[in-house]
Design a protein. Structure first.
Lengths: 208, 327
C-alpha cells in the first residue's frame, strides 16, 4: 500500500508505504513518455531486475543495503526495507569528510567481489545509526574489469568536485584510504591510474 | 559600453557588436561566415582557417556597418581564445590583436564554452540554471558553484555533435549534419535496438556510433530515428539525474545541438516531471557566434582590465571548469 511520494528521482519515483505490516520503500520506474516505448520498457525492466538481484547479492559481501521484500516486474516496482537515515549528501561538511573513508571501504568491498555500482554519488549512501548503507543499484553490473571499477571512482570524484568542491580534497583522500584498506595498494594504484586515463580521454583534458 | 567579439574556434568566423547598459545587453550586429566542407567530409583545420582569413575583413566591416559603429567607438575587443582548432583560433586572435594594438582598445581572451552559457543566460533570462551544453565541441552538464562552472556529467569520448556529424558524414552529408539527420529521423518510427551507455552522470557515444553505422546499411531512416532516440534518451536521463541531485529549478540548453526539436521536446518533458523551468537559447544564437564572445568579454570587463598583448594566448584545450568567474 503506497502512502506518500517522498522523492521523484532521476529514473524512479520513491514512495513510502506499508508492505505486510512493514514500513517500506516502493521504488517504481514509471513510463517515460519522452522515450521511445520499446527502449523505455527495455530500460525499466532490465534495471528493475538488475537492481533487485544486486541488492540481495551485496549483502553477502557485508555491505549494508536495504532488504528486498518484493519485485513486480509488470509495474517495474521494487518493494524494499526503509532506511530512515539521512543521505550523506545532506550531512555537514565535517560528517561528509568522515563518511568518505567508510564509503571508500564499501566501494572497495563491492569491487573486490566483482560488482560495479554505476551511480556512485553522495546521495546514494545513507547514514543511519552510525552505519552507512549503500542504495540505488539501478546501473550496477557484475564486472571484474578494472576499467569498470575505475568508472565508479571517476564518478564519485566528479561528484565531489562539483557538489562538494570545498571539501573535495579531504573527501577524496579519505575515500582512497578506505578503498585501499580493502582492495590493497596494488589494485588501488592501478585503478587510480585508470581514472586518470579516463579523464585524459575527456574533452579538452589537459594535454601536454 | 560597446564591445566587439570575434569568434573563430571551428567552422564559424563571426564578429558581433553588443551595447551593454547595466545588466542588459543589446546585440547591434552579429555577422557570420561558415566554412562548409565538401559532402562526406569534416572540418579540415587548415582549410577552415584559410576560409576565416579570406572572410575576416568582410565580416568585420559588415559587422561595423550594420551596427553603425566605427572602430574608434569600441570600448573593448574580445576574442575566443579556446577551446577549438588551433589554426582557426589564431585567425580570430590575430584580428583582435591588430585592432587592439592599432586603436589602443583593451583586449579580452574569452573561453568559447563560457560564451555559450553567458549568451544563453542573457537571451533566455535564466538565473541559476543547470546548463546542458551540447555542440560539436562539448557535451556537458554544468552548474555554477563558488565562482566556477562545475561539471556534473559529460561525455567520456565523442560529443553529441560529433556523433551526429560523423554518422551524417557516413551517409554522405556535409557537416554540420544534425538537420539532415533530424529530417530523415522524422520519417521513421521503427526503433532498432542500439547500445545505451549511461555511466552515472556521464555518457559514452562511440559504441553507439559504430552500431548505428551498421544499422544504416539496412535502413537509413530507421538508423537516424533510432540514433536520435537512443542518444537523446541518454542525455535526458543524465539531465534527470543532475536535476534530481542538484534540485535546480531551471534547465538551460545551449550549443549547436540545442537547435534539434526532438531533443528540446524530450527535455521539456523531463522539466515538466521535475517541476523545472525550461530555457532553450534562440535558434539563431544556438550555434557559434561573435555575440557569445562579445557578451562574455563585456561581463569580464566589469571586474578586470584587459590583458597585455603578450598574454593574448590561444589554447586548443581549455576546459571551462578551469575558468574563475568573478563577475
Amino acid at each position: 500500500m503506497l502512502v506518500k511520494l517522498i522523492k521523484k528521482g532521476a529514473e524512479a519515483d520513491i514512495y513510502t508505504g506499508v508492505w505486510k505490516n512493514y514500513k517500506s520503500i516502493f521504488k517504481i520506474r514509471k513510463i517515460k513518455n519522452y522515450r521511445n516505448a520499446s527502449l523505455d520498457s527495455k530500460i525499466r525492466k532490465q534495471r528493475t531486475i538488475k537492481e533487485s538481484q544486486i541488492l540481495s547479492q551485496v549483502k553477502s559481501f557485508g555491505i549494508p543495503s536495504p532488504l528486498v521484500y518484493f519485485v513486480d516486474l509488470e509495474k517495474t516496482m521494487i518493494v524494499m526495507q526503509e532506511i530512515p537515515g539521512k543521505p550523506v549528501h545532506d550531512l555537514s561538511e565535517l560528517k561528509i569528510i568522515q563518511s568518505s573513508k567508510e564509503i571508500g571501504k564499501l566501494v572497495g568491498l563491492l569491487h573486490k567481489n566483482g560488482v560495479m555500482h554505476g551511480d556512485l554519488t553522495t546521495s546514494n549512501f545513507i547514514l543511519f545509526k552510525n552505519i552507512i548503507y549503500m542504495i540505488d543499484f539501478g546501473l550496477s553490473q557484475n564486472t571484474i574489469k578494472p576499467e569498470d571499477h575505475a568508472v565508479d571512482l571517476r564518478l564519485i570524484k566528479e561528484i565531489l568536485n562539483s557538489a562538494h568542491a570545498k571539501i573535495m580534497q579531504s573527501c577524496w583522500k579519505n575515500f582512497l584510504a578506505g578503498y585501499k584498506s580493502v582492495v590493497g595498494i596494488t589494485y588501488q594504484t592501478k585503478i587510480v591510474k585508470l581514472v586518470s586515463d579516463i579523464e585524459s580521454r575527456g574533452r579538452y583534458a589537459e594535454v601536454v | 559600453m560597446l564591445g566587439l567579439g570575434i569568434e573563430s574556434t571551428a567552422h564559424t568566423f563571426s564578429c558581433a557588436i553588443i551595447e551593454k547598459k547595466g545588466k542588459k545587453g543589446k546585440i547591434l550586429s552579429d555577422i557570420r561566415k561558415i566554412f562548409r566542407p565538401e559532402a562526406g567530409q569534416g572540418i579540415h583545420p587548415r582549410e577552415a582557417s584559410r576560409h576565416h582569413i579570406e572572410h575576416s575583413p568582410i565580416v568585420l566591416s559588415e559587422c561595423l556597418k550594420e551596427a553603425d559603429v566605427s572602430i574608434a567607438d569600441l570600448d573593448i575587443i574580445s576574442y575566443a581564445a579556446g577551446p577549438g582548432l588551433g589554426p582557426c583560433l589564431r585567425v580570430g586572435a590575430v584580428v583582435a590583436r591588430s585592432l587592439s594594438s592599432f586603436y589602443k582598445i583593451p583586449i579580452y581572451p574569452v573561453n568559447h564554452a563560457i560564451g555559450h552559457i553567458e549568451l544563453g543566460k542573457l537571451l533566455t533570462g535564466a538565473r541559476d540554471p543547470l546548463v546542458l551544453l551540447v555542440s560539436g565541441g562539448h557535451t556537458m552538464l554544468l552548474s555554477f558553484l563558488d565562482k566556477q562552472w562545475r561539471v556534473f556529467g559529460e561525455t567520456l569520448d565523442i560529443t553529441l555533435g560529433q556523433l551526429l556529424d560523423q554518422f551524417g558524414r557516413s551517409l554522405g552529408f556535409a557537416s554540420p549534419c544534425g538537420k539532415n539527420i533530424e529530417e530523415l529521423a522524422s520519417t521513421s518510427s521503427n526503433y532498432v535496438s542500439l547500445p545505451y551507455s549511461v555511466k552515472g552522470n556521464d555518457v559514452s557515444f562511440s559504441g553507439l556510433l559504430s552500431a548505428t553505422k551498421s544499422v544504416s546499411q539496412k535502413s537509413k531512416i530507421d538508423a537516424c530515428y533510432s540514433l536520435q532516440e537512443t542518444a537523446f534518451a541518454m542525455i535526458s536521463e543524465t539531465v534527470e539525474r543532475a536535476l534530481s541531485f542538484t534540485s535546480k529549478k531551471e534547465l538551460m540548453i545551449v550549443g549547436g545541438v540545442a537547435a534539434n526539436k526532438r531533443l528540446s521536446a524530450m527535455l521539456k518533458d523531463v522539466c515538466k516531471r521535475h517541476g523545472c523551468k525550461f530555457f532553450v537559447v534562440p535558434l539563431q544564437y544556438a550555434g557559434d557566434c561573435g555575440s557569445q564572445i562579445c557578451w562574455t568579454g563585456l561581463l569580464e570587463s566589469q571586474v578586470k582590465e584587459g590583458v597585455l598583448l603578450k598574454d593574448t594566448f590561444v589554447t586548443q584545450s581549455w576546459r571551462l571548469d578551469s575558468v574563475k568567474v568573478d563577475y
